[in-house]
Design a protein around this ligand. Structure first.
Ligand SMILES: [Zn+2]
Length: 256
């Protein structure tokens, strides 16, 4: 029997408006587009796996994030207690995805080793264009876990449970990762910021937050080849995820 999971999108902040060119690299300058901040919950086979951690309340306050709800509170709406979560996958170490690591005090964090090494050890990461997206608080927290069983550094594609595989999917960051999940509709992929919106995948177009465009294009090929159908390839910030899917609780929708 194949293990099958359900996938939930939890909107923890938004909507934000941005220039279209931020989302669609070097075009749509005249457009304004909307986006949200999310974490995701994968449930099934007695397991609860969280993808990305969101932002802690103190930083959300400092950034004056519209529509902010603590990830702890929004998880509780689907009966998940953050301090009981055992597995958290981090797609990449940008602040909107990793700042909230301390909200999961009993979790093991799964991160690509190359992504971790860059943000924690490489001095380039502290240069202004990288520093803008990075997050010193979560980097320090993760560094304190090095050598313990709470930090699992992955070398490329790796199954972490039957039916759940982390996929190296670089381009947006040095070594961001997507997650392939067995569902009752086939293989779904949570791509996080491999595409900010569904439209990035549809148009074969990156956002403006590019570390390596060639790698990004290869990532598109890899994810398309792996996902069972394109409607099961989910982006990182698209408001459609909280609008066009069954609502399970306030701010929470079921994607698959
Ligand atoms: Zn993001």
């Amino acid at each position: 029997m194949i293990n099958e999971y359900k996938i939930y999108a939890l909107k923890y902040a938004g909507p934000f408006t941005r220039s279209g060119a931020q989302i669609m690299w070097n075009k749509d300058w005249e457009k304004v587009v909307s986006s949200n901040y999310y974490i995701w919950c994968i449930k099934g086979c007695g397991e609860t796996i969280i993808l990305d951690t969101g932002i802690v309340p103190s930083l959300a306050k400092k950034l004056e994030l519209p529509g902010y709800v603590s990830p702890v509170e929004i998880l509780f709406r689907i009966n998940v207690k953050a301090d009981e979560v055992r597995r958290v996958i981090i797609s990449h170490l940008h602040f909107d995805h990793a700042n909230g690591v301390s909200l999961f005090p009993n979790a093991t964090f799964y991160i690509q080793e190359k992504e971790y090494r860059f943000w924690i050890k490489d001095r380039i990461a502290s240069r202004p264009p990288f520093k803008m997206s990075g997050d010193e608080t979560s980097s320090a927290y993760l560094k304190s876990l090095e050598g313990t069983d709470r930090l699992s550094l992955l070398k490329g594609d790796q199954k972490i449970l039957p039916g759940i595989e982390c996929l190296l999917a670089a381009g947006h960051s040095i070594a961001n990762q997507a997650v392939a999940v067995n569902t009752n509709k086939g293989t779904a992929i949570l791509g996080s910021d491999c595409g900010h919106l569904f439209r990035n995948y549809q148009d074969d177009w990156p956002s403006m937050y590019i570390t390596n465009m060639v790698e990004w294009m290869k990532t598109y090929d890899k994810l398309r080849a792996r996902v069972s159908s394109m409607d099961l390839l989910f982006p990182g910030h698209d408001p459609i995820m909280s609008e066009d899917y069954p609502k399970i609780a306030e701010g929470v929708t079921q994607l698959v």
